[in-house]
Design a protein around this ligand. Structure first.
Ligand SMILES: [Fe+2]
Ligand SMILES: [Fe+2]
Length: 193
């Protein structure tokens, strides 16, 4: 703690040392909350799509447990959106449909394809949350901690899905690559729109 009085409080703030010149710090945090709420909403819809197809099957309880954790994540970001008066994404109606469709379509391909979908999405979310944790400074310690704890649960979801045979899904590399690309696009769009 001693000996770093010079610049530590500058370098530990959100967005530094690489705060983009066109974004103020509070805009940066608002964007993070917007995209995270959108992502957790999308996750809820993906699992709802999976449950619609597989909910009564043998993987139903596994999927439901992950789904219930997503509901907690979503609730936390819904509260942050309200508390900080962040404009939610305008694309929520799209994620409502696209998330469910992705979950249901992969579930229709089989349990392993549903698990492959979970692995792909959670890997993208993991990298996304890791980037946010790195960018958030000490003045956003609570938000940082929230994201860290959700990230740990997303990694558990990935591991659960891998253990359930995700990689044995038909055309796994193709399926995984397509879902990751779609997830990254959704993140890009929800940050901005
Ligand atoms: Fe989540
Ligand atoms: Fe998740």
């Amino acid at each position: 703690m001693t000996g770093q009085s010079k610049s530590s409080d500058e370098s530990e703030r959100t967005g530094e040392p690489r705060l983009p010149g066109d974004l103020r710090r509070e805009d940066l945090v608002a964007r993070m909350i917007r995209v995270d709420q959108a992502g957790e909403y999308g996750a809820r819809r993906i699992y709802e799509g999976q449950l619609a197809v597989l909910g009564r099957g043998p993987s139903g309880p596994t999927i439901r447990k992950m789904y219930e954790q997503e509901l907690v994540h979503l609730e936390a970001f819904d509260e942050l959106i309200a508390a900080r008066r962040v404009r939610p994404t305008a694309l929520q109606p799209l994620w409502h449909v696209a998330g469910f469709a992705l979950g249901a379509a992969t579930a229709l391909m089989g349990e392993k394809a549903a698990m492959a979908c979970t692995v792909a999405v959670e890997e993208v979310i993991d990298a996304h949350y890791a980037g946010q944790v790195e960018a958030l400074g000490e003045e956003e310690a609570a938000l940082k901690e929230t994201i860290e704890s959700f990230r740990a649960e997303e990694l558990e979801h990935r591991d659960t899905a891998l253990a359930a045979g995700a990689e044995q899904a038909p055309a796994y590399p193709l399926l995984s690559g397509a879902i990751k690309a779609g997830s990254r696009l959704a993140i890009w769009l929800s940050t901005r729109i």
